[in-house]
Write a protein that binds this ligand. Structure first.
Ligand code: GTP
Ligand code: SPV
Ligand code: MN
Length: 579
């Protein structure tokens, strides 16, 4: 359709008139284009070559030290009406926000190249996919978008066919935290981001489009855009169940998505398939089941803690053709972070490593890598129909109270479990780390509209003919009195997933408790694991007094979304509190 191309060209021209670049480059997504961007960034110091013998095609980017994470206080959702943004978002009047942003963009690309990146979130041929165009002055952003999305000609052709795309405008600006804003205009399907080059702030296909804007599209069109991994668990009979799990930032999605089964399970023939590690779009199919796609094509994963003990699949994925951001390097120029063997000599800021300066790698240092490099990458990630979801899992960092696993008795109870989620904050966003906060469905920083409406949207999937997944809540992060994690986590988490699958298949009875269904005695398979029985008891205990207080706090939290809080959700909280 010529008219779509015209609309796209008109917008690109408008942006160029405002930002006044020396050159405009339309990205075709080719390998040659990627290589030439790498060369240019190596020449100007944006990228530093890493050891090409041990890490072919791997490069390091050191960001501005004041630009290392998402900035939630500078991230706004500008609905025409403030109410629609909800108490879960920061808001500004759209006209005011546009004026503020356009003043920043005025002439900001002078003397530089403006890149136009057409991209598709999801397989090019999938009806569940959605497209966007990001305009940026950052070659680092272009290179990352090339890895993280289906970018270039194929996406542009789909856009021209479909006639619809999300507009994203980005400039790194001066990287001044005082002149930094990430603005969303859901009604216009538009994003404007200025002053940061960091992942979630700058790779607009990711959180800005695939969650904040897409959550609005999803509500209008009857689907869900979620901060979830998607993993396939294949049993020894060759049957695969797909599980979608929402954990807040830096709380274990990448790790669970790439899990390696414990030895006994491997011997028995269990396999794990990675479909996605951060974002999941799902919608009901004709058979009433929820079908999910991963809109991304790569991983933008947390580096620290990634090791052969915790996540060997991630480590294998990033042994070549990877962009590292804010990691340390060793004497022989290999990337390094806390959790890896070896010794750092240069820290993430390029200084000689000195423990007095803190960790060698930034706690939110990351790798960007094509998903295809993951040894457990699933063919189903390219399936245009998506994968059927058997179970939805919520979880967070909860040092106490929350059991290792519990199952919701029905969908409404499951929505309550998701809405009630809490977690300790992490380095993925600027601000204090380790502070417990509510993070409903792991979407607090990403839900692009009022949480009350969002909870109602979730509840609305429970309708005649629906075959909804079972809903669970997990907690890998319970700590003992010594401050250490009670549960070994990582690969051992498969034991918990196996119980969930047994529940889905009606092969485990479970134990009804006031807070939900827990594994009955003996139902969690622990063979080959040295876990003291007292520890297991602690992990599965229901502390009545603690839960009374928790449920009261959940009630208060939910009341914060009045008058848009669904009455059914408040009633469900009361039901559980009185159970
Ligand atoms: P985002 O990309 O920020 O959305 O994060 P993510 O949810 O994908 O987090 P990721 O899997 O990268 O985990 C981040 C941190 O959690 C790392 O430091 C991991 O080592 C730690 N972690 C992951 N799984 C487990 C687990 O089962 N147990 C424990 N104790 N730590 C875990
Ligand atoms: C997160 O913070 O949840 C991430 C990294 O996955 S970012 O893309 O920066 O949002
Ligand atoms: Mn994330």
């Amino acid at each position: 359709m010529a008219s779509t191309l015209e609309a796209l060209e008109r917008w690109v021209n408008e942006v160029a008139a405002l930002t006044r670049p020396a050159k405009v480059h339309w990205c075709d997504g080719s390998e040659a284009e990627y290589q030439s961007l790498l060369q240019q960034m190596l020449a100007d110091g944006t990228l530093i070559e890493l050891n090409q013998q041990t890490h072919p095609g791997c490069y390091l980017h050191r960001s501005n030290p004041k630009d290392v994470a998402r900035v939630e206080h500078l991230t706004l959702v500008c609905h025409p009406t403030e109410e629609d943004a909800g108490p879960n978002n920061h808001w500004m009047d759209p006209a005011k926000a546009h004026a503020k942003m356009d003043a920043l963009f005025d002439g900001c690309m002078e003397g530089r190249t403006m890149y136009v990146i057409p991209y598709c979130m999801g397989p090019i041929g999938s009806p569940l996919s959605r497209c966007g165009v990001e305009i940026t002055d950052s070659p680092y952003v272009v290179a990352n978008m090339k890895i993280m999305t289906r970018m270039g000609n194929a996406a542009q052709e789909r856009i021209e066919r479909e006639g619809d795309f999300v507009r994203g405008l980005h400039s790194t600006g001066e990287l001044d935290p005082e002149r930094r804003w990430i603005m969303h205009f859901p009604a216009e399907r538009t994003i404007k981001s200025y002053g940061s080059g960091y992942g979630g702030n700058a790779l607009l296909g990711k959180k800005c489009h695939a969650l904040r804007i897409a959550s609005n599209q999803a509500r209008d069109e009857g689907w869900l855009a979620e901060h979830m991994l998607i993993v396939g668990i294949e049993n020894p009979q060759g049957e695969t169940h797909y599980i979608a799990a929402a954990f807040p930032s830096a709380c274990g999605k990448t790790n669970l998505a790439m899990l390696i089964p414990p030895e006994g399970y491997r011997k028995d023939g269990w396999k794990v398939w990675t479909v996605g590690d951060d974002i999941c779009w799902m919608r009901p199919g004709a058979d009433g089941c929820l079908y999910a796609i991963n809109p991304e094509a790569g991983f933008f994963g947390v580096a620290p803690g990634t090791s052969n003990d915790t996540n060997p699949n991630a480590l294998k994925s990033i042994s070549r053709d990877t962009i590292f951001t804010n990691v340390a390097v060793t004497a022989d120029n290999q990337p390094w972070w806390e959790g890896l063997p070896g010794t750092p000599v240069t820290d993430w800021q390029g200084r000689p490593y000195d423990p007095a300066n803190g960790p060698a790698a930034h706690p939110n240092s990351r790798f960007t890598v094509s998903a295809k490099q993951c040894p457990t990458w699933s063919e189903k990630a390219e399936d245009v129909q998506g994968v059927p979801i058997s179970a939805i899992v919520f979880g967070g960092r909860r040092p106490s109270l929350l059991p290792l696993v519990m199952e919701a008795r029905d969908w409404t109870h499951g929505v309550l479990m998701g809405a009630a989620m809490g977690s300790e904050t992490t380095a993925a966003a600027t601000g204090a780390v380790g502070v417990l906060r509510r993070d409903s469905m792991a979407m607090k920083p990403f839900c692009g509209y009022h949480y009350g409406d969002y909870f109602q949207h979730w509840l609305s999937f429970d309708r005649p003919g629906a075959k909804l997944p079972k809903v669970f809540h997990v907690n890998w992060f319970r700590k003992g009195k010594d401050g250490k994690f009670l549960w070994p986590g990582f690969g051992e988490n498969l034991r918990v997933l196996e119980w969930m699958i047994a529940r889905v298949e009606d092969k485990a009875r479970g134990l009804e408790t006031p807070i939900g269904i827990l594994p009955a005695a003996g139902e969690l398979k622990l063979d080959g694991l040295t876990l003291p029985p007292a520890t297991l008891d602690e992990l599965l205990a229901v502390d009545q007094a603690g839960w009374q207080a928790e449920l009261a706090a959940i009630g208060d939290y939910l009341d914060g979304f009045t008058p848009r809080l669904p009455a059914a959700l408040r009633a469900e909280q009361q039901r559980v509190a009185e159970a």
